[in-house]
Design a binder for this molecule. Sequence first.
Ligand code: HAM
Length: 431
Amino acid sequence: MDIINNVKGTHDVFLDENNAYEMVESMMKSIAELYGYNGVRPPVLEYSQVFSRGVGESSDIVRKEMYTFLDKGGRELTLRPEFTAGIMRLVIQNKLYATNELPLKLYYNGPVFRYERPQLGRYRQFNQFGVESIGNNSPINDVEVIVLAYTILCSLGLEGVTLKINTLGDDVSRDNYRKALKEYFAKHIGNMCEDCKSRYELNPLRILDCKVSEDRPIIDKAPKIGDYLSEQSKLRFEDVKDALDTLQIPYEVDDGLVRGLDYYSETVFEFHYKSKTGANYGAIGAGGHYGKLMQELGGPEMPGVGFSFGIERIVSVLKDDSLLEDTKSSLDAYIMPLGSESLLFAEEVAVLLRNSGGYRVDLCFDKTKISNMFKRATNKGAKFGIIIGEDEINNESVILKKLDTQEQFTVKVDDLVNKLDELYDMEEGNK
Ligand code: HAM
């Protein structure tokens, strides 16, 4: 074990990349707020049963990917492998469903943990942003959630996102479908991977998640859910498609899309995006409707619909397509004290500009040539340089230099915030 390396499957986020994460997450949050969502922060740790019952015993996540351990009190806990089940637990425990206006609309953001094989776009600790809309069963509510996700991706500049949709139908549809799958796979299961053999026993629908290439030809020929839908589910899916058409959201129906979590019913969807590099990161976001999850966790009968984005994957495609240019950090001013005796005065000026002016300001702490300080100011994207030497200290003033035009002003410290305001206003006016 080398403690200088991060844990396999985790990654560090810093500097410009961190700015990109912040920009993406705050854009998602502000658009979710436009749609009437409120933020929640469930704990990272939950009792394991929240996920084994919520996400489902037969899912890959629960069978193979959870970070589960006993705490010092002997409780079996799990680091959340997804948000939705934990959000339902939060809603039930805090009786958030007992409101006179449903759906309850919640958004969330934070790290999730899955013990998966790390590869491009696949981490063991990654970040999700998502929403859950709980307590309304209308297909239009499903569509509103899809529109929100689509709008976020477009606002980030991702043009040409592919939205894949499908329906898993109601309980009757899925029961019939499971029977059909069991019958079909009975002839093949002997030649399939060990995982599929246990999936066959637990829930044959999960065989469709198998990624073993030798099994794919058999799986591709398996019956499709579309042929087992109840009349009601068929009509519901028609309503979803009609609403997407009306709202001009482009989509593809993918009758092989079943999603890997057990709680879904009716509408399911995934977002894919091919960046310029052609790299395949997998789905950048996904979600769907769930009819019985609340009940499964001991709450009232209340359906929900939601999605989660994978922030790592979204930042990767934005980076590939050069859509992160304006997330570079920049400063309003970089202060250059000439000599260590000017440092405290420089710090006073910095505090004044930050606290009274709301300006982003940094200063040079080490002894270096003025030419180096100017280089640093440029590297930090500063608009202004502020030079402070002995004369300036004696006169309680600074030299303010506009770095693009090289214009220079001597300004009393008391007037500095006003002067910067004025220069910014002039610049705005010139645009
Ligand atoms: P999910 O499809 O398991 O759904 O994950 C959602 C998104 O998280 C994926 O589309 C992908 O972008 C990202 N993701 C998943 N696994 C990884 C990984 N190992 N590394 C990096 N990114 C990953 C859910 O989690 C559901 N809770 C979504 C939902 C919300 N359904 C209803 N409400």
